[in-house]
Design a protein around this ligand. Structure first.
Ligand code: FPP
Length: 251
């Protein structure tokens, strides 16, 4: 089973690919993982960071070009203040601690979302981490922080209006080009851990043709084998992009 998956540096064109070019993940279940073990919720987030590291490394080894992680949604501010502030501390720690490793692994870091709501020092850390990894040519790792799909689309519309684009002139390509992840192809696969089957205001525009993979596994328990299982499921699917099965098979 893994012989196909472990083909390194396979480039895909998004159809019948050996590995998906772009994987997006909703990392859910940290709190429940911790509660099940009579631990504070934060312990689940801390263990979740370890999973992030393992999954990033596995994606690099499998030649996946883009990995996008939903770390903090626009709605997560509604959580108890203590949890929000601990999540921010964790984000800081990841940015400071992982930059060197990103360099060693040729990873380019991008952070998308409305960062204006974050403390100045955190915004600065993001800016430094992005600029220090900007020239790396391997995996593009995108962290979505204070991100919401509605925000992204409205933001793109406002950018177009600011450019003087008038009523009736906006095209799909123009809107796509003004979304915050315009530098990446749309995700081939969305993985959501933690047993829920919903998008939760993630990449609403960009997930239009993505293959969805839902697993009950809590994010802290998601491991390399679980990632390979998701990729195997992706490889078995026929992506038709609106065409018939016969048309796709003739190509
Ligand atoms: C969802 O689990 C997870 C989050 C809201 C935060 C995800 C954050 C991390 C994995 C750590 C930080 C990562 C980076 C890349 C900086 P939940 O708390 O909603 O879990 P529950 O549904 O079980 O309560």
């Amino acid at each position: 089973m893994n012989s196909i998956i472990k083909t390194k540096n396979v480039k895909s064109d998004g159809e019948n690919a050996a590995v998906p070019k772009h994987i997006a993940i909703i990392m859910d279940g940290n709190g429940r993982w911790a509660t099940k073990r009579f631990l504070p919720r934060f312990a689940g987030h801390a263990k979740g960071v370890k999973t992030v590291n393992k999954v990033v490394e596995a994606c690099v080894n499998r030649g996946i070009e883009y990995l996008t992680l939903f770390a903090f949604s626009s709605e997560n501010w509604r959580r108890p203040q203590e949890e929000v502030s601990l999540l921010m501390q964790l984000f800081r720690k990841v940015l400071v601690g992982e930059i060197r490793k990103m360099g060693e692994n040729n990873i380019r870091l991008k952070v998308i979302g409305d960062l204006s709501k974050f403390d100045q020092d955190l915004q600065e850390l993001v800016r430094v981490a992005e600029s220090e990894t900007a020239a790396n040519t391997g995996l593009t790792l995108t962290i979505c922080a204070n991100y919401g799909g509605h925000w992204d689309i409205v933001n793109a519309c406002n950018k177009l209006i600011a450019k003087g684009i008038g009523q009736g002139e906006i095209t799909e390509d123009m809107l796509s080009a003004h979304l915050s992840m315009a530098y990446a192809p749309e995700p081939d696969m969305l993985i959501r851990t933690g047993g829920e089957a919903r998008i939760s205001n993630f990449l609403l525009w960009q997930l239009a043709y993505s293959e969805f993979y839902f697993t009950d596994t809590f994010w802290p328990d998601f491991d390399v084998q679980a990632l390979d299982d998701a990729i195997t499921s992706f490889q078995k699917r026929e992506r038709r992009f609106g065409k018939t099965s016969e048309q796709v098979q003739v190509q």
